[in-house]
Design a binder for this molecule. Sequence first.
Ligand SMILES: C[S@@+](CC[C@H](N)C(=O)[O-])C[C@H]1O[C@@H](n2cnc3c(N)ncnc32)[C@H](O)[C@@H]1O
Length: 345
Amino acid sequence: MGDSMDTRQEMLPLGVPTGRLGSGQPYAQETMSSRVTNIASPPGFSVLTHADEPDYSYLAGEASALVLGDAVSVLASMPEDCVQTCVTSPPYWSLRDYGIDGQVGLEESVYDFIEALADVFEEVWRVLRPDGTVWLNIGDSYTSGGRTWRAPDKKNRARAMSVRPPTPDGLKSKDLIGVPWRLAFALQERGWYLRSEIVWSKPNCQPESVGDRPTRCHEYVFLLTKSERYYYDQDAVRGPNGRRLRTVWDLSTQSYAEANGHFATFPPALVEPCIRIGSAPGDLVLDPFVGSGTTALTAGKLGRRFAGIELNPDYMAIAHNRLTKEHFVQEPVTGHDDAGKAVGT
Ligand SMILES: C[S@@+](CC[C@H](N)C(=O)[O-])C[C@H]1O[C@@H](n2cnc3c(N)ncnc32)[C@H](O)[C@@H]1O
């Protein structure tokens, strides 16, 4: 667990640890770019398939892992209190079909979707250290306005849906659903501290054809904690002229070519400040919806360990290949999918 255990016991209010502050380098959120540091000896990791009785006890030690399986069941098998920070972007409600049974996001009711995610975060709570943080990226959507399907988007084929869910109870057609805040309040009710909402402002957002409202160009990242006091290295990331980080982050979207438009990938520059602030080198960073592996890769490059969970074997293969290219593979692939095929080779 790196060198961080002792210093964490000496916490100042709001979790600023004494004796082990970060680089203090200025970090201009207006021009956030991928500014990753290569660490001399990246941690080794394995790609594992979730088994009935898996042993992930090594995650409490020195290792990293990409695990193929359902987020709730894999998390339920992980040791408690082993994760320092969780950076994740779950599927958005009713936006994409990730093409696999058991996926989150296709619930008919938005309330079921929120329950499903709250269940995932209940397991995140268990594996998160008491002084840990969660950085949860989630976008909003509108009610369907009576349409029952969504035409393929020329730029993003995965956005075509054969069905669209009915308008949620209590809402009207054309209503903005407010999914992020509904989820944030649901998590707050389950005990999470809602510490901040960060607006991810996207200068290169997709144009919209609607003429009766402004084009949406932002999403949210919620900072959630288990405790009032938590690990938060405010000096690890600074704004221009060394000022404290603010709540609006201007960052262009950035797709990972191999993900091929199948899903929205994180820009590494969105993940990096969360990891820098929320963890120290050697700590374990979790992404229960790891997709193409952006969180795992960024964590590895920053010298953190990672646990990345993904349900779809094709996406897990993308993540594995991506980390292989960046030389984060030190061990042979040990996992197989349900059909017995090796994953990630
Ligand atoms: C928005 S994408 C994450 C993209 C990721 N942030 C990246 O940078 O590539 C959400 C991912 O969650 C996965 N997913 C959906 N349901 C899941 C579940 N029950 N357990 C684990 N992963 C799931 C999808 O297959 C998809 O890859």
